[in-house]
Design a binder for this molecule. Structure first.
Ligand code: FAD
Ligand code: DLZ
Ligand code: SF4
Length: 523
């Protein structure tokens, strides 16, 4: 095929690449560039995303396109309802090539494996040069992570995180960590005290563009999960910066200590609520970490809060992205614990007497968000100990959260929550009984179940499910030195007590299965 030598450069920008500092735009001349943004059915429907997630992405894309045009760029924006919409990124790029006759296509690599696979076919498909650029919005490139992981017996986040601290210089005193420790997590596990409440984060009322997206989603995706009534996400960089300003001024100070706390009806507590903006590209993760560090240096926030926040971003966020690219595509199929149950219907309806789960699912439905400990230790813990199939759990998490993209969702769900990777990411499964939830929340005081009751009718289901899980995976887990001791406790209980635990768990699982008519899978 003869390659085109004239014409502009076509720069497709994907829905989670909404920054003017994107590698494909950096240094480009405006009069030699056509930016292509595409609302496509493939992306909107590869899972049945929460309604708020679709509104958020479309609205942020439309606002970003307007901002680019105002700054003098040429933007070709394809709306979902365009009668000629080709339905896929590849189809839309093909149409755009016909419209603009570009001499080349420059695109930043996709965040998700699925999309990247199709982009890698473009050089063979299209009659012009295609350049795929690394996404340098991360501190560590995919290649760097691979290099770090190579030949290591253990891929623990903590070691990677220290590398990232050294690389960025964040919270470093020369070559030593600020304050003497790398990690202050032990100071960040305060249970919620009575009446714990955080300042209200800024809420952004839908403007005309967002309202158009809301109407579109109500019309085209009416059967998707979630409510749109409370859509208040930042959809522009300006709004996202206001949200970040409020977090640094009002909530960072308590972020650390109460990071693991859960309070009924208080959905955000001291969390930043910035993941949607970071993942879309509206906020630069490194800049946020530098702001957090400055707050520490200015004496406005304690080290444990600042280190905790920075670790979530240059530690966990970077780490899971590297881990994803290292483990794909097999991570999606991993099921080391052979969990086979279907996802209970109440994950969609929220109708369960387990107050902790009901509250987390309500927040998920209303806000397309639940905070980390709710995702990990309530929702995830339940799926782990009840033995729900990883594919079902993965799909649920990818659907329900406004910040969910497979590169970040999958490692958290498959590896951190479900131990489906057999322990590459987590040194042990995050399994817990009702005790943990009771300690870290106020859920149990008003629950239909009794957290102090271990077995029999009315006992908190987490208690028996926990031991059922430990017992059924003994062969796999006992050798793990971080878990082995738990089996001594189990053995000391004696047969009668053990049998009571196992019978209670089995009765619970059977009742749930019956209630769910065969553990219905959401279509
Ligand atoms: P904060 O608590 O304020 O944390 C600050 C930032 O740190 C977050 O905005 C996020 O960018 C980053 N972060 C924190 N923890 C993690 C983590 N474990 N992995 C990656 N980044 C992290 N995060 C997503 O962005 N998308 C997802 O799809 C997603 N799925 C998850 C699924 C499960 C089962 C679990 C346990 C965690 C998941 N997380 C996901 C991580 C985390 O729960 C969210 O990033 C966080 O709740 C977002 O709220 P926040 O911005 O208030 O976070
Ligand atoms: C999640 C999503 C949705 C729902 N719709 C679109 C879309 O129509 N156009 C678009 O560019 N991006 C969308 N996205 C985000 C993409 O799925 C995201 O860019 C990929 O995950 C990148 O790998
Ligand atoms: Fe959840 Fe058990 Fe507490 Fe109820 S008693 S809120 S089910 S942990």
């Amino acid at each position: 095929m003869a390659e085109q030598t004239t014409g502009p450069i076509l720069v497709p920008i994907l829905g989670d690449q909404l920054t003017r500092d994107l590698a494909s735009l950096r240094g480009r001349a405006k009069d030699d560039t056509v930016i292509l943004m595409m609302e496509v059915w493939d992306e909107a429907t590869y899972v049945k995303h929460h309604k708020q997630k679709i509104v958020l992405i479309f609205s942020a894309m439309r606002h970003f396109a307007a901002e680019l045009r105002q700054a003098g760029w040429t933007v070709d924006y394809v709306q979902l309802t365009d009668p000629d919409n080709a339905g896929s990124f590849t189809g839309e790029v093909a149409r755009a090539i016909e419209r603009h006759n570009p001499r080349a296509v420059h695109i930043v690599e996709a965040g998700e494996w699925r999309v990247q696979q199709s982009i890698e076919e473009w050089p063979d498909k299209f009659d012009c040069n295609v350049e795929i650029l690394p996404d340098d919005r991360f501190v560590s490139s995919i290649a760097e992570f691979r290099e770090w992981a190579e030949d290591r017996d253990s891929l623990r986040m903590e070691f990677f995180y220290r590398e990232m601290r050294r690389k960025t210089g964040l919270l470093m005193d020369g070559d030593k960590p600020a304050g003497g420790e790398w990690n202050y997590d032990s100071e960040n596990r305060k249970p919620p005290k009575e009446g714990l409440a955080a300042p209200q984060r800024p809420l952004f009322e839908p403007d005309a563009i967002t309202q158009e997206c809301i109407d579109l989603v109500e019309e085209k995706f009416a059967d998707h999960f979630g409510s749109l009534d409370s859509f208040r996400w930042p959809v522009t960089r300006d709004q996202a910066e206001k949200a970040a300003d409020a977090f640094f001024a009002e909530r960072l100070e308590c972020f650390g200590p109460y990071q693991d706390a859960m309070v009924h009806g208080q959905d955000d507590l001291f969390h930043s609520m910035l993941s949607t903006s970071i993942n879309l590209g509206l906020l630069d993760p490194l800049e946020l970490c530098q702001r957090a560090e400055q707050a520490y240096k200015d004496g406005k926030a304690p080290l444990n809060s600042v280190e905790g926040f920075i670790r979530q971003i240059i530690g966990w966020r970077e780490y899971v992205r590297g881990f994803y690219w290292l483990q794909m595509p097999h991570l999606r199929r991993a099921n080391a614990l052979n969990a086979q149950r279907g996802l209970p219907e109440f994950f969609w309806t929220g109708e369960t007497d387990m107050r902790c789960l009901a509250d987390c699912i309500r927040s998920t439905r209303d806000n397309a968000h639940a905070h980390h400990i709710q995702r990990l230790m309530v929702l995830g813990n339940f799926c782990l100990i009840a033995g729900i199939s990883p594919r079902e759990v993965q799909d649920w998490y990818l659907v329900v959260y406004a910040d969910a993209y497979e590169w970040v969702e999958l490692p958290n769900v498959a590896a951190m929550v479900l131990y489906a990777d057999g322990g590459e990411l987590a040194s042990k499964p995050y399994a817990a009984s009702g005790n943990y939830i009771n300690k870290m929340s106020n859920y149990c005081s008003d629950c239909a179940y009794s957290v102090s009751k271990k077995t029999g009718e009315g006992a908190c289901p987490f208690n028996a499910l926990y031991w059922h899980f430990m017992d059924r995976h003994r062969d796999t887990l006992e050798a793990n030195h971080r878990i082995g001791r738990i089996y001594s406790n189990w053995d000391r209980m004696g047969e009668e007590k053990q049998a009571a635990y196992l019978e209670t768990a089995e009765a619970f699982l059977e009742a749930l299965e019956a209630a769910n008519k065969g553990w219905a899978r959401k279509p």
